[in-house]
Design a protein around this ligand. Structure first.
Ligand SMILES: Cc1cc2nc3c(=O)[nH]c(=O)nc-3n(C[C@H](O)[C@H](O)[C@H](O)COP(=O)(O)OP(=O)(O)OC[C@H]3O[C@@H](n4cnc5c(N)ncnc54)[C@H](O)[C@@H]3O)c2cc1C
Length: 322
């Protein structure tokens, strides 16, 4: 008999988990207080790149698996996913960032650029092929796929796992910041990210400079110019002075952006946790999958696959479903 699964959360973590479980014959119900387009997941830039996950070796597998999923989705234009060039730069006099992230790169997707290719002020740069996820296209597409497979979406706040655990074989907790209350987990911290939006333009690469927290992401709906990393701030308001600073920072490096009209700004709140939590709650039919911080898309399908393997493997089975 197929397993009956509840997922708490309808962001990229919950929907990618639902995608893999429903694709493996499980019946899935998603409970959430909010849905796309009203989630942090809708506010992501969103490109594949390991961020704040580099000390966690599990992240290498998760990032690689997600990369493969996105690459296969990129064959279908309606998914809103494409493979894109990303230029990762290190400025002159930058305190050398340990290049741990290189070990997260799938084979053959990353090339160190030659000195003569570098702009003035740049010490080192890498040319990386990464998936670009147009959240405004991909999240509705994913939701539609789930609906077609019979996944149920239920608007409901879950305050205690006991409310639903008895009715399902497994409950998967993809509640992001909601885990603070749901699991009494105060190690999950909100981290606001503000971005400016410029009118879109084709033919650009993604630009990433972690030192100055600058990223420029050429999407179909806007060029996203980020960003900020404001720990402890949970509002999704943007601040005009901050947005102006982000733009000036970008104009310094990419002056051609000055020609693009300013079309707005937004902010999202990352669910940061020092260690992403993907594990079974001891002795219970609950599996956690939350705390992906600034790498939720980069990790999503890898974490979802781990969860899916746990659900499908009998060794984790708590309730008898036969
Ligand atoms: C500005 C910005 C740029 C970013 N750029 C990137 C990027 O380029 N690449 C990348 O990989 N990541 C990026 N991120 C990070 C990424 O957006 C997040 O890691 C990801 O969206 C988290 O997804 P999630 O599904 O875990 O959480 P969310 O999208 O927040 O979804 C959480 C879900 O849980 C539900 N929920 C919570 N509590 C309960 C409850 N008690 N009962 C029922 N439902 C509940 C909510 O209603 C919601 O449906 C960025 C983030 C920001 C803010």
């Amino acid at each position: 008999m197929s397993k009956n699964i509840a997922i708490i959360g309808a962001g990229i973590s919950g929907m990618s988990t639902a995608y893999l479980l429903s694709g493996n014959g499980c019946r899935v119900t998603i409970f959430a207080t909010a849905f796309s387009p009203y989630l942090t997941s809708n506010k992501a830039a969103a490109f594949w790149f390991p961020y704040h996950i580099r000390n966690d070796k599990r992240g290498i597998g998760w990032c690689n698996t997600s990369y493969q999923y996105y690459r296969s989705f990129s064959d279908q234009p309606q998914t809103g996913i494409s493979m894109c060039q990303l230029k990762k730069v290190l400025r002159v006099n930058t305190a050398e960032e340990e290049p741990v992230w290189i070990s997260f790169m799938p084979e053959g997707c990353c090339r160190a650029m030659e000195r003569e290719e570098l702009a003035p002020g740049i010490e080192r740069a890498y040319d990386v092929t990464v998936p670009l996820i147009e959240t405004q296209i991909f999240l509705p597409w994913l939701q539609q796929q789930l609906l077609q497979r019979g996944v149920l979406f239920v608007e409901r706040e879950i305050n205690d796992f006991g409310e639903i655990a008895g009715q399902f074989d497994w409950v998967i907790n993809c509640s992001a910041l909601g885990a603070r209350k749901l699991c009494n987990d105060d190690t999950v911290i909100p981290v606001r990210g503000q971005v400016a939006l410029l009118e879109p333009r084709s033919g650009m690469s993604i630009y990433l400079d972690n030192e100055s927290l600058l990223y420029v992401v050429p999407r179909k709906d806007a060029i996203i110019v980020g960003g900020t990393y404001e720990a402890g701030i949970e509002t999704t308001d943007t601040e005009p002075a901050t947005i102006e600073r982000l733009l000036q920072n970008a104009f310094e490096v990419l002056p051609e952006l000055k020609e693009q009209a300013f079309i707005g700004s937004w902010a999202g709140v990352r669910p940061f946790r020092a260690e992403v939590r993907v594990e079974q709650e001891a002795g219970k039919n609950i599996i956690h999958n939350y705390g992906h911080g600034g790498s939720g898309f980069t990790l999503a399908f890898g974490c979802a696959e781990t969860v899916c393997n746990m659900v499908l493997s009998t060794q984790y089975s708590v309730l008898s479903t036969e």
